[in-house]
Design a protein around this ligand. Structure first.
Ligand code: MN
Length: 428
């Protein structure tokens, strides 16, 4: 940790000093934004504002390769430079925005007046499964006594997901059509079991050459930053298509990510040791073992607002509050495992942490798990088994630790649009 994390540090941007704000000066997440009629470019969130990095360069307030990369329409080049470049940029941004520095209001835009874009051109996206309670709850339906997949304790299980359908927060999801079983018959119809999965987005730094694994000792350096990720899932389609090759159309329909990338430098005060393995669990394999504090003290929340709630002015209702710190596998272990066969991870590649379910009731991080305790009851009196048309799902999160100023992640939200009329004639 360094001067950028000091709890007493304040900004000349007043809204950043409001206690409980997602974006105090200790955070400084990076993103890509545009104002009406302008090109997308890099910015940093500070309080309710965005600092325009390109404008700061033009005004001579920032300089250097890292700042120039951070001003581009995607953060891929900055991510290729790695964590040292991000740390250097963070120090410059912190000095520029700190109380006592010359206020530069001309470099700011209100967040309410900008459009946020995908921060990265996503070339690859892999989604993991790293919460033991998530796997146990859903696995019990298949095998009551032995619910975990055979590899669960030995490696972070994952599949290659779809990069082309990753979208920024705010993009609505069109209810997908697909094949699934209903009353013993296989039908092709709009999904009847649309779900969310509350996950962490992990953005990759640098590149390893094909054939050269990143060892666990260096794996934490390959994580540029994190955000929130909704791995939308059609459970009926998933159940039918999954064996034996894994999820396909049930997941590739769309994936939502929050637009702000919270850097690993900002996360320094919130890192913690991984929870110890339970007695009787096999030991962690040596090539994935680390005694670094790679767990993250983040509380993640999922809320739902139905159209009726919105019309009645009822706020989104929190249905899940889950501790990321309890995940069985860390992000660094995911990187080490992913590259252990020599597979190359590229700057800006995206990893999904897997559904971040905790062990206690109320910590189930998807509807399929919540449903095991019965349909959820909303403050409007409505109930939900799965998502209905018009429902809006909103993810938020906070990193907190004793002695540190808490930081937030902004939002990852999306609403469900009704299924389209099937667009293609079925005639030969
Ligand atoms: Mn997932």
């Amino acid at each position: 940790m360094d001067a950028t994390h000091a709890p007493g540090l304040r900004s000349w941007v007043e809204s950043a000093n409001v206690p409980g704000h997602d974006f105090p000066i200790q955070n400084l997440p990076l993103g890509v934004f545009s104002t009406p009629g302008s090109r997308p470019r890099g910015g940093v969130a500070i309080g309710d504002m965005v600092l325009d990095i390109a404008a700061a360069l033009a005004a001579g307030r920032l300089s250097g390769a890292a700042a120039e990369a951070a001003a581009e329409p995607t953060l891929n080049r900055l991510m290729s430079y790695g964590q040292d470049a991000a740390a250097e940029l963070r120090a410059r941004l912190s000095a520029l925005l700190a109380e006592g520095a010359e206020p530069l209001p001309d470099l700011l835009h209100p967040q309410s007046a900008v459009t946020m874009h995908l921060p990265v051109e996503v070339r690859n996206f892999s989604d993991f499964m790293a919460s033991r309670p998530h796997c146990e709850r859903l696995g019990r339906a298949r095998n009551r006594d032995n619910p975990l997949p055979p590899a669960f304790h030995h490696l972070p299980v994952a599949y290659h997901s779809r990069a082309s359908s990753v979208r920024p927060s705010g993009t609505p999801l069109r209810r997908p059509w697909g094949q699934f079983q209903r009353d013993g018959a296989v039908v092709f119809a709009p999904t009847e079991a649309l779900d969310f999965e509350l996950e962490l987005a992990i953005w990759i730094a640098e590149e390893n050459v094909l054939g050269e694994p990143t060892p666990i000792s260096a794996a934490d350096r390959r994580i540029f930053g994190i955000g929130l990720l909704n791995d939308w899932s059609a459970r009926d389609i998933q159940r039918f298509e999954m064996p034996p090759l894994g999820p396909f159309l049930s997941k590739s329909v769309m994936t939502s990510v929050s637009p702000w990338v919270v850097t690993m430098q900002a996360m320094a005060p919130f890192m913690a040791p991984l929870p110890p393995r339970a007695a009787g669990d096999p030991p962690c394999p040596a090539h994935l073992h680390s005694s670094r504090p790679d767990a993250m003290r983040i509380t993640m929340r999922a809320a739902i607002q139905t159209p009726r709630m919105a019309a009645a002015g009822i706020a989104p209702h929190v249905v899940t509050e889950a501790p990321f710190e309890e995940m069985y596998w860390s992000a660094a272990q995911m990187v080490a495992h992913h590259t252990s066969n020599g597979c190359n991870l590229l700057p800006g590649d995206l990893l999904g942490s897997g559904t971040v379910s905790g062990s206690r009731p109320g910590q189930e991080a998807c509807l399929a798990e919540l449903l095991l305790r019965g349909p959820i009851i909303l403050p409007s009196g409505e109930t939900r088994r799965f998502l209905e048309d018009g429902d809006c799902v909103i993810f938020t999160a906070r990193a907190e630790a004793p002695g540190a100023v808490p930081i937030g992640f902004g939002e990852c939200r999306g609403s469900v649009l009704p299924a389209a009329a099937w667009p293609v004639s079925e005639e030969g």
